[in-house]
Design a protein around this ligand. Structure first.
Ligand SMILES: Nc1nc2c(ncn2[C@@H]2O[C@H](COP(=O)(O)OP(=O)(O)OP(=O)(O)O)[C@@H](O)[C@H]2O)c(=O)[nH]1
Ligand SMILES: [Mg+2]
Ligand SMILES: [Zn+2]
Length: 316
């Protein structure tokens, strides 16, 4: 039986599609339906797998190569992987329908704890009515130095080209609520994205898992590019919740980059930055250097993480 390396390019619950990584000129693009032997090999899109062929276009996972990072969400009971081995996360927001600043904050925290660069995209800037309000919500993120791209994917091709400059040579994952324009952006950047999706669906029984799919798309080579890795984008389904129950208190503290210079200076080492005396974070809120909304998010995430610990302890 043939064993080989493969890239996990689509995940539908526990069903995976993987693409053979050709070492010596074999059929390097061949797609395989891949399964895991029970729970020990739960894959994520972007994983490099060792697989063994079990039948025509079918294989089983023997091992998952160690990951550079893994982006996932979780609550007290379960976790859902989004992607692995990514270089940056594109958080897609829009002027209309309005976006949730809470989800934006969570996506940024997830990126920071996984050591992934977040890039914030404000799409639909052609709709002027809600633009000022959206910009206002992004002010704290601009102040912290996060890149923000104002775009109109549909009506301003130059804004798409500007973003494209930041994508080549990297694996980028798209996250965001439904209706923000993730798929529109993907299609603008990758003209054959629809074809790539169809090829994935063809390999699966009925495509019935498509709504929960995360998928990996190759960026098209630019004229004059040397052969080799051009870059890729991973599309994820729109989400309404972004649980980060798996993060420890210390991971949370460090994920808020504007807290970092002040860490260790509160009177109590385990300060929740609530109403404890001698809290330097709250002092920074009062002087306007840290946004109150960010501290609220920190406290909410801390609360959820403690709750999950309590529930986990009870389940043991
Ligand atoms: N006015 C305007 N509309 C846009 C723009 N980009 C996308 N849209 C529209 O926004 C709607 C949602 O776009 P999608 O790309 O399907 O959104 P999505 O983020 O992929 O949503 P889900 O797949 O549900 O997660 C579509 O009707 C698009 O035509 C834009 O720049 N300006
Ligand atoms: Mg979509
Ligand atoms: Zn404090």
């Amino acid at each position: 039986m043939k064993s080989f390396k493969a890239l996990l390019v689509a995940s539908y619950g526990r069903h995976y599609l993987a693409r053979m990584i050709g070492a010596d000129g074999g059929d390097a693009k061949a797609l395989y339906q891949v399964t895991s032997r029970g729970k020990q090999h739960l894959g994520a899109v972007g994983d490099v797998l060792e697989v063994t062929e079990t039948g025509p276009e079918q294989a089983v996972i023997d091992a998952i190569s160690s990951r550079k990072n893994l982006l996932y969400r979780s609550d007290a009971y379960k976790s859902k992987s989004i992607a692995s081995n990514v270089d940056q996360i594109l958080i897609v927001l829009a002027t209309e329908p309005g976006f949730s600043p809470d989800l934006l904050g969570r996506a940024v925290v997830a990126a920071e704890t996984a050591d992934i660069i977040p890039r914030i995209i404000l799409n639909k800037c052609d709709l002027p009515n809600k633009l000022p309000a959206a910009r206002k919500m992004l002010e704290p993120y601009i102040a912290m130095g996060y890149p923000v791209h104002e775009m109109s994917v549909k009506h301003d091709p130059a804004s798409v080209q500007e973003l494209a400059q930041h994508l080549y040579g990297k694996v980028s994952v798209l996250v965001g609520q439904s209706g923000m324009g993730k798929s529109t952006l993907l299609n603008a950047l990758i003209p054959d994205a629809v074809a790539q999706t169809q090829e994935h669906s063809k390999k699966l029984d009925s495509g019935k898992h498509t709504t929960t799919a995360c998928r990996y798309y190759d960026l098209p080579a630019r004229v004059g590019d040397a052969s080799g890795f051009v870059g890729a984008m991973i599309d994820s389904p729109g989400f309404q919740e972004f649980g980060l129950a798996h993060l420890s208190e210390s991971e949370l503290q460090h994920a808020f980059i504007e807290f970092r210079p002040l860490l260790g200076q509160c009177k109590f080492h385990n300060c929740s930055h609530g109403d404890e005396p001698g809290c330097v974070i709250r002092a920074a809120v009062n002087t306007g250097t840290i946004s109150a909304q960010r501290v609220d998010l920190f406290r909410q995430l801390r609360h959820e993480s403690h709750n999950a610990d309590t529930i986990q302890a009870r389940l043991k």
